[in-house]
Design a protein around this ligand. Structure first.
Ligand code: ADP
Ligand code: ADP
Length: 232
């Protein structure tokens, strides 16, 4: 099944002399249970693709779909709800609230949305990301890698259809980065999640099932890991 897709997606910023074609007719599919890395030089359109796919930015032409839903067909309110219910985000800055415990941070988006977390799922997520012994700690009492794992668990907790991660290991040393990537990969393998990750780092990309290379707003190459067939 397809969790999200882009079809002839183009994004143009500005006009006249400041006109920039950030994405030029990009088409790709993100399958359920697949971990995709998006790589490419600075300015190649990686963030723009993620923002368009996540409904954080509008497309200029073509379409971005989450499941069967074309994002441009939604009104603002419907889009906000879709993002809240079906999309998880992990950013480079962890965006954790310092006064809340790890567990409170993880469940905060659901608390705000007035949704009760599925306890079995939540336990599974916490176990998968390896935070069982750290739930009462506040962010300042956790390492960078543990804080990023809290951010990953927060994105997973609401059982989103797809998670977008923008350089999730950008602020971490290589050991903590490897931990977080391992947990992202586990969440794909063991929880059946779909993850799309932007990265500059070939080591980070090696954790993915599929790597999509962007240059000048186009997909110029695509690699699939030899073990990825087991997932699809
Ligand atoms: P990447 O994430 O690969 O570094 P971006 O998606 O951020 O690339 O940017 C792609 C292109 O679009 C770049 O040329 C960038 O300058 C341009 N761009 C991105 N965001 C904006 C914006 N809000 N306004 C104008 N141009 C933008
Ligand atoms: P950048 O790529 O420029 O560093 P971010 O990726 O942090 O910026 O955020 C891009 C946009 O997404 C911002 O306008 C921000 O307000 C918005 N945003 C960040 N987190 C969320 C979220 N969880 N839900 C909805 N919008 C978000």
């Amino acid at each position: 099944a397809v969790a999200a897709s882009a079809t002839d997606l183009s994004k143009v910023y500005g006009q006249g002399e400041t006109r920039v074609v950030a994405l030029d007719q990009v088409s790709t599919q993100f399958h359920r249970g697949e971990f995709t890395a998006i790589m490419g030089p600075s300015g190649s359109g990686k963030s723009t693709l993620m923002h368009c796919m996540a409904g954080l930015d509008s497309v200029s032409s073509g379409s971005a779909r989450i499941g069967d839903t074309e994002l441009s067909s939604l009104k603002d309110k419907q889009l906000t709800r879709l993002r809240r219910d079906k999309v998880g985000f992990v950013f480079q800055a962890f965006n954790l609230l310092p006064t809340l415990t790890a567990l409170e941070n993880i469940t905060l988006p659901m608390d705000i949305a007035g949704r009760k977390p599925d306890k079995a799922w939540l336990d599974n997520v916490i176990e998968t990301v390896g935070l069982s012994g750290r739930l009462k700690h506040r962010p300042a009492q956790l390492s960078g890698g543990q804080q990023q794992r809290v951010a990953v668990a927060r994105a997973l907790a609401a059982q989103p259809e797809i998670i977008f991660a923008d350089e999730p290991t950008g602020n971490l040393d290589s050991r903590s980065g490897a931990e977080v990537l391992g947990f992202l990969r586990n969440s794909v393998r063991e929880l059946g999640q779909t993850v799309v990750m932007v990265t500059h780092d070939a080591v980070a990309a090696s954790y993915a099932d599929r790597v999509v290379f962007l240059a000048d707003g186009r997909i110029v190459d695509e690699l699939r890991s030899p073990t990825a067939d087991a997932v699809l």
